[in-house]
Design a protein around this ligand. Sequence first.
Ligand code: TRP
Ligand code: SF4
Length: 403
Amino acid sequence: MSSNDSSQRVVSGMRPTGRLHLGHYHGVLKNWVQLQHEYECYFFVADWHALTTNYEDTGDVNQYTFDTAVDWLASGVNPSAATLFVQSKVPEHAELHLLLSMITPVAWLERVPSYKDQQAKLNDRDLSTYGFLGYPLLQAADILMYRAGNVPVGADQVAHVELTREVARRFNHIYGREPGFEEQAEAAVKKMGKKAARLYRDLRRSYLEQGDTEALERARALLAEQQNLSIGDTERLFGYLEGGGRIILPEPQSLLTEQAKVPGLDGEKMSKSYGNTIEIREAPESTEEKIRTMQTDPARVRRKDPGNPENCPVFGLHRIYSDEKTVQWVTDGCRNAGIGCIDCKQPLIDAITSEQRERQERAAKFEEDPGLVHSILLEGSEKARDVARETIEDVRAAIGLGG
Ligand code: TRP
Ligand code: SF4
């Protein structure tokens, strides 16, 4: 596939964690709905990824997968515009993960920030497994499988895309080399002179075996200083450090999309684990109740006390949902106690519940007929598999497997 096609492809996954909330909608789904018209999109439920942190407790995974898919559909993700599928229904992901695991230094995985962060944060879970260490590598397989140029992710996932790039580069380097490349590169190393050649080899080894990116930088600097090398040899040696040769798995980029921070009911970031969410298909009465009792600026104890919208999570929601005029009305009314908090919350209740009604209308036919959702996912999984099989065939052939 040409790099051109790759730049037109988008892949992204979401772990099935149950019903999605407004944080997911504004952080992710709204972007997907936009992207599906601009790119060839593959969106999937990462059910294997859910197992990496929750292997003991799998009773909900199918229900959560279903709920997640319905939430996507309800939000306007359209199965005729994007391919929607389930990771475990495309078992080629597991094969690619396995093959990539052969060439991935353990140190690369251990230094992914989420590895230690999550272990510290989720200390009631067993995260000392091989599967959890491999989480970002499975993600790399998900991405590289579709040779997608773009991965829409939040800031917390950028390191995973970065790892994906490094793994792709290493794969292409090992299995994509042209015949004779290594001999030519080795001959070029010798031309640098003994001392520089030894340093180049040491640095290259540190990078390739331990994933030491500082060594990679130093080796590049060393090459840039060389005066005895032809341009061809210099390029060869840059390639020899980290790739060069045929590109079998193109390197993807993070598509860092603008992510509205959605405050939860208590003012913390909206998150299922904090129990402070409004679901994207929440019943309007329940939403109304939640917003009415939502945390406001603690300084406004009584109606006549002036407040500061900057200290109020309700204002955070206005920033997302309200037009400029309403935002101004809130700002003035709050600061001079011209409006009460109940007045302030009303336009939000209207905006959010009207959005929810729309989503519930879209979801109704899927809730009535779950088979419809299953067939969308099945069809999507078959479509994804067609692409996955092609990639796996190229990968096997490049490695030299399967005759
Ligand atoms: N790790 C991602 C998350 O927690 C989910 C995910 C799995 C993903 N595979 C992916 C995202 C591939 C983008 C591409 O949000
Ligand atoms: Fe918050 Fe609005 Fe009340 Fe001000 S008036 S404290 S912004 S809810």
